[in-house]
Every structure is written in structure tokens, then in C-alpha cells.
Design a protein. Structure first.
Length: 120
């Protein structure tokens, strides 16, 4: 949380992007520093979620697609070269590729292009 606060204090926008269900993310990750939550959307029927994914699962390249869709809708310009991306998985490589400062968290192997952070 401290790193989010530090980035927020420096004027960064913080987006939580996950393959998890958005309704789950909204419920459990209501973090004051997060500007936008993007996750897998599920269809509603009679006001209830019934297990059918609406659109694509928000993983891999779809994370980039969904982020770009949101930024376009909100007319947000991004300085990608000075942007950061944090993840614990190389499955987020499509997101890592669009930012100038990718960071792998607690990744168990070495990586030649992405800085690895060891967090407790």
C-alpha cells in the first residue's frame, strides 16, 4: 500500500488490471489509491451475475485492449515511457511491453529485461 501512496503522491494514476471478475475486485480491492479497476466482466440477469463472461476474459493481450479502451473513452493521454507496471507473472508481458518501467514482483527466476522486486 505504501508504494501505491508514494506513486499517488507523485501524481500517477493507478489502475488495477486483473483477470479476476470485476465484481469481485470492486468488493475486495476497494483501495483509495486505485483510480480504476479493470477485470473480467460477467453478464447480469435479473440483477444477478450468472457465470457467463461478457466479452473476453481480461488476461494477456486483453488487458492491454481493455486499458486502451478505457483510456480512449476517458480521453486520457499517457506517458508510457515514464509509466510503471507491476505484476508477479510474465503472463502480463503484453502490459509490460507498453511501459518504460516494468517490474516483476517476487519472480523466482532472473529476467534480462524486467527488473525483479523482492517484496515480503
Amino acid at each position: 500500500m505504501e508504494i501505491m501512496k508514494d506513486f499517488k503522491d507523485k501524481g500517477y494514476k493507478i489502475y488495477l488490471i486483473s483477470a479476476s471478475a470485476e465484481f469481485y475486485l470492486f468488493e475486495f480491492y476497494n483501495i483509495p489509491y486505485v483510480d480504476k479497476i479493470i477485470g473480467t466482466r460477467f453478464a447480469l440477469k435479473d440483477g444477478k451475475y450468472y457465470g457467463k463472461i461478457q466479452g473476453e476474459n481480461c488476461k494477456g493481450e486483453e488487458k492491454v485492449n481493455r486499458l486502451m479502451e478505457y483510456l480512449k473513452e476517458e480521453d486520457i493521454e499517457v506517458d508510457y515511457e515514464n509509466s510503471y507496471m507491476f505484476s508477479d507473472s510474465l503472463s502480463d508481458l503484453p502490459l509490460f511491453k507498453i511501459v518504460g518501467n516494468p517490474r516483476l514482483i517476487n519472480y523466482k527466476k532472473d529476467h534480462t529485461e524486467i527488473q525483479i522486486l523482492k517484496w515480503k
